[in-house]
Structure formats: structure tokens, C-alpha cells
Design a protein around this ligand. Structure first.
Ligand SMILES: Nc1ncnc2c1ncn2[C@@H]1O[C@H](COP(=O)(O)OP(=O)(O)O[C@H]2O[C@H](CO)[C@@H](O)[C@H](O)[C@H]2O)[C@@H](O)[C@H]1O
Ligand SMILES: O=P(O)(O)OC[C@H](O)CO
Length: 501
């Protein structure tokens, strides 16, 4: 068992691939850190400050060897990754194996044994750091697909800890998941947690089915009974017959993530943000309808599908560039991964073609922006947009949909939302679409453009109620309450789902 070092230890530890800070260079050439704006930080910041918390993560650049430091009341524990680890663990196994696999193989996953080995090594480094900085009996919350082995590793080295895991992306059906050569190790790693959170009920169901298929463990609803000592080294299935052996209870269920809604509501009221929204409209030539897409430039987001639908509407004269314009913000992402390079080429070619074919001197069909923006600018864009297009082919949740809704206190605007985004489980008053059905997307765009004000207001009011009542603070509270109630970190029992001992 790894005991905490003589260094400082914490009673609440977050483990995520990235630290919630970006390195910044000041005008005088000195470097410092700036909090990166993100929902997870907003949700956890108050908690971390109140509860003596530490955040373990990668600073986002190669070979950044920095000692743990304090930033805005949070202890940051940086994990250094070298060039090869970034290539094999982050770009390779995380984003060229797991990402496409977990998003229903929209792109072909690549399987390389060296990538897997580095994934194991890097997960071990994160787990060791967590073991080192956690107080006795601390709560550790591990995040996302990059770190699925950490719960199992931690359970072995620090059985005193209460361990939570949250998967921000979908968990695929067994027929897809079973492609993974290391499927058993991944499930074992996750089962080291006391509570495993997913975005959707369907994701949690896919996970418990994988547990049954690969290990034969008993499951009932959100509960999984894991034989003790069997959670991190299992390589073969079918251990359900071990009746009477001590078991740990693991909870696997949906905790749909949300946004820091209040901050969007507040920004939307800010006169300078409202003025900027007006200015955006004017700069676009005051069209009748501004449509907006905001995504990381990722093949899961269905950007090509929405461009195709808009291009066809222009070709068929159903809309004109004088009346309708599309702003597509596509933030740079994973730019050294081949499938992302190819996607960028395809999207930029399509944008160029549509603009060339249908634009005029005064009116551009698509304003394409391959840049990141501060939150104020994002909110101004949301305020300026009459139609928000979220056409993901597969998405864990999609926070953009919720940000748009939170921003529209004026009850204006229409959200077109893919049924393949987790957000569609909750945001039923959006115009729900299947992004593969291009005619359906075109119909939804036409319906949004022509929607009567009263219907827009009715839909937006219902959507806003959902988002404002279920913000990210509530999400983290509900998850951590479930985790606090999970006593399995301590006693084990002989309880079985049917009540037998
Ligand atoms: N150009 C730009 N400039 C500034 N900000 C920009 C930007 N483009 C996008 N953003 C911001 O980045 C965030 C993107 O969040 P999403 O949920 O839409 O997708 P992402 O795939 O990154 O997140 C993963 O985690 C989240 C949270 O769990 C899940 O919803 C999702 O399904 C999963 O893939 C939003 O807050 C958005 O405002
Ligand atoms: O930029 P990345 O690769 O850290 O991905 C960000 C996504 O939110 C991962 O869930």
C-alpha cells in the first residue's frame, strides 16, 4: 500500500487529464497561470476551496516539469508528459483509439500495443500522484476516458479512499466496445471506483452489460457486485459462480452534466455583451436569420452534415444569402491526429465551395472561424444567433446546447438539437433531428426560420427551466452525495443482489 509522502495531503482530490489552468506569458516575459474557463472548474472550484482540495492533471504542453503550486486557492499537482507520451497516450490511445471507439466508430479506431502500454504507464503516474497527495480516507474523483485505469490502480494501492469516476463521453454498446483488445483491463480499471458516472442512462446500461458479458458479475439496476480482490487484475470472465465470496458494491448510473448556468445568464445581461451581439449582427449585414454552430473541430460534431443541409437549401433557393447566414465557430482540436487533419481539410473545402457557389460581394454564406474565443464573445454570438445548430453524430452531452439556452433570457432563438447528443434526453423542446437525415435537418432549419414568436418563446421557456434547474453545481453535488453514500471503500460484505449471503 502506498502511503502519502511526508508532503501535504488533501481530503478531496480531482484527477483529470488536464489541469484547469493555462500557462500565460506576461508582457515582461515572465510566465504564470490563468484559470481556464470551463464548467468542471466552475462546478468544483467552490468545493475545492472549501474542502482543502487538490487537482492533478497535465499542464497541456510537453515536458513541463513544475512543482505543485497554488492557484486561486486550489492546489495544482502537475503531471509531466514527454513528447512520446503525448503521442502515444493522449493523441494515440486516448484520441485515436478510445475516442472513435466510444463514439460508435464514426471514424475507424486504431489499435497499437505501444499506445496501450504508454496509456497504462501514464495512468499509473496519475494514480501514484493521487495516492501520494490523498489524506487517509480522502475522496478522489477521477475524470474521463483518458484515465480509466486510475480507479483500479488506486483501489489497490489505497483501499482507504472513496473513489468516484465520471465518463464525459458516451460508453458504447458491447458489440462495439468488445473490439477493444484491452476491454477487460478497462472494465477492471473502472470497477475500482465506488461510483461510476455516465452522461446518459443508455451509457450506464452499456457499461453494466459489458461487466456481465466480460466478467459475469451480478448487476441489478445501477448496482454491480464485484468480488473483492478481483477488480484490477482479472483477465478472464465468469466469476459469478464464486458464491459467498466477499463483494464490493459499485454504483454505475447516469449523472447528466450541465453548465455554470448563472454565469451565462449574468453575461447575457451585460450591456457590453449585448452591444457586441448587436455589432455582430451589423457586421454580418443584418440578415433576417443568423444560424450558429460552435464546436471543437471534431468529426463527432456533424459539422459536415449541417454544411451539407445548408448548402442544399441554398442550391434549391429555399433560402438566400441575403436573408440567412451561418456562422461556424470551429475551435482547433487535436491537430496532430490524422483524422482531425483530414476533417479540417474536408470542412474548409466545403465552406470554400459553398461560399464560392452562393456568396455575393456583400453577403457570405458561411463565416468560418477556426479560433478560440473568450466566454464574453461566445455569449455575444449566442445572443446574436436566431438558430443554434447542434448536429452531433454522437456526443456525451453537448454543453453548447445548454449554454445557448441559458443565454437566451429574452426567450428568443431556436435550438436544433441532435438526438445523438446526451443533451437531447433533457432538452425535449428543442427541434430534435437525426443529423444523418439531411432532408430532416433541412426541414428543421426551415421550421426554425419560420417559427412564430409565440412558439419560440414557449419552447425556450421550457428549455431554460430544465437548464437553470439542473446546473453544474447540482450535478457535482448529486454525484458527490452518491459517492459519500457509497460505503464500499471501507467494509466489504457478502451481500448479493437477491439478498442471499
Ligand atoms: N471556439 C471556441 N472558443 C471558446 N470556447 C469554445 C469554442 N468552441 C467550443 N467552446 C466551448 O467548449 C465547450 C465544448 O463543450 P462540449 O460539451 O460541446 O464538447 P466537448 O466535446 O469539448 O466536451 C466533452 O465533455 C463535455 C462535458 O462533459 C460533454 O458535454 C461532451 O459531450 C464531451 O465530448 C463549450 O463550453 C463551448 O462553449
Ligand atoms: O482538448 P482535449 O483533447 O483535452 O478534449 C477536450 C474534451 O472535452 C474531452 O472530453
Amino acid at each position: 500500500m502506498t502511503t502519502p509522502s511526508a508532503g501535504e495531503t488533501y481530503d478531496f482530490v480531482v484527477v483529470a487529464n488536464r489541469l484547469p489552468v493555462d500557462s500565460v506569458t506576461q508582457p515582461d516575459g515572465s510566465t504564470g497561470w490563468r484559470m481556464s474557463p470551463g464548467g468542471l472548474v466552475a462546478a468544483l472550484e467552490p468545493l475545492m476551496k472549501a474542502s482543502d482540495g487538490a487537482w492533478i492533471g497535465w499542464p497541456g504542453a510537453p515536458d513541463v516539469e513544475v512543482e505543485p503550486f497554488e492557484h486561486e486557492g486550489i492546489r495544482m499537482v502537475p503531471i509531466a508528459l514527454n513528447e512520446q507520451e503525448i503521442e502515444f497516450y493522449y493523441e494515440g490511445f486516448s484520441n485515436d483509439t478510445l475516442w472513435p471507439l466510444y463514439h460508435d466508430v464514426i471514424a475507424q479506431p486504431t489499435y497499437h500495443r505501444e499506445w496501450w502500454e504508454t496509456y497504462v504507464d501514464v495512468n499509473r503516474r496519475f494514480a501514484d500522484a493521487a495516492a501520494r497527495v490523498s489524506d487517509h480516507g480522502a475522496t478522489v474523483w477521477v475524470h474521463d476516458y483518458q484515465l480509466q485505469l486510475v480507479p483500479g490502480m488506486l483501489r489497490e494501492s489505497r483501499p482507504d479512499l472513496t473513489i468516484g469516476f465520471f465518463n464525459h463521453i458516451p460508453f458504447p454498446a458491447y458489440g462495439i466496445f468488445s473490439q477493444l483488445p484491452w476491454r477487460q483491463q478497462i472494465i477492471s480499471g473502472l470497477l475500482g471506483a465506488d461510483v461510476i458516472g455516465f452522461q446518459r442512462v443508455a451509457d450506464a446500461g452499456n457499461f453494466t452489460r459489458a461487466v456481465r458479458r466480460l466478467f459475469g458479475y451480478e448487476t441489478k439496476g445501477s448496482r454491480v457486485w464485484v468480488p473483492v480482490g478481483d477488480s484490477s487484475d482479472a483477465t478472464t470472465g465468469d466469476r459469478s459462480h464464486v458464491r459467498g465470496a466477499p463483494v464490493r458494491r459499485v454504483i454505475a448510473r447516469a449523472f447528466p452534466i450541465s453548465i455554470d448556468a448563472t454565469s451565462y445568464v449574468e453575461l447575457a445581461k451585460d450591456p457590453s455583451v449585448q452591444a457586441r451581439a448587436k455589432q455582430i449582427r451589423e457586421e454580418l449585414g443584418n440578415p433576417k436569420t443568423i444560424m450558429l454552430g460552435v464546436d471543437r473541430l471534431d468529426y463527432t460534431k456533424g459539422i459536415g452534415h449541417r454544411l451539407k443541409a445548408f448548402g442544399e437549401l441554398l442550391a434549391e433557393d429555399k433560402v438566400s444569402v441575403e436573408d440567412v447566414t451561418l456562422v461556424q465557430v470551429a475551435s482547433p482540436s487535436r491537430e496532430r491526429v490524422a483524422s482531425y487533419m483530414q476533417l479540417r481539410d474536408e470542412i474548409e473545402l466545403t465552406v470554400g465551395r459553398i461560399n464560392g457557389d452562393y456568396g455575393s460581394i456583400g453577403h457570405t454564406a458561411i463565416s468560418y472561424l477556426h479560433q478560440g474565443y473568450p466566454r464574453e464573445e461566445m455569449v455575444a454570438l449566442y445572443l446574436a444567433a436566431d438558430v443554434m445548430l447542434v448536429t452531433a453524430l454522437r456526443d456525451g452531452m453537448n454543453l453548447v446546447a445548454k449554454e445557448y439556452v441559458a443565454t437566451r433570457a429574452d426567450l428568443g432563438g431556436v435550438l436544433i438539437l441532435s438526438e445523438f447528443a446526451g443533451a437531447s434526453d433533457d432538452l425535449r423542446q428543442a427541434l430534435l433531428i437525426n443529423p444523418h437525415d439531411i432532408e430532416g435537418v433541412k426541414d428543421a432549419i426551415m421550421q426554425a426560420i419560420g417559427m412564430p414568436e409565440s412558439e419560440k418563446r414557449r419552447r425556450m421557456r421550457a428549455l431554460r427551466k430544465r437548464v437553470l434547474e439542473n446546473d453544474v453545481v447540482k450535478w457535482s453535488r448529486v454525484f458527490l452525495e452518491e459517492l459519500a453514500g457509497a460505503t464500499t471503500a471501507h467494509p466489504v460484505s457478502h451481500e448479493h443482489p437477491d439478498g442471499r449471503k
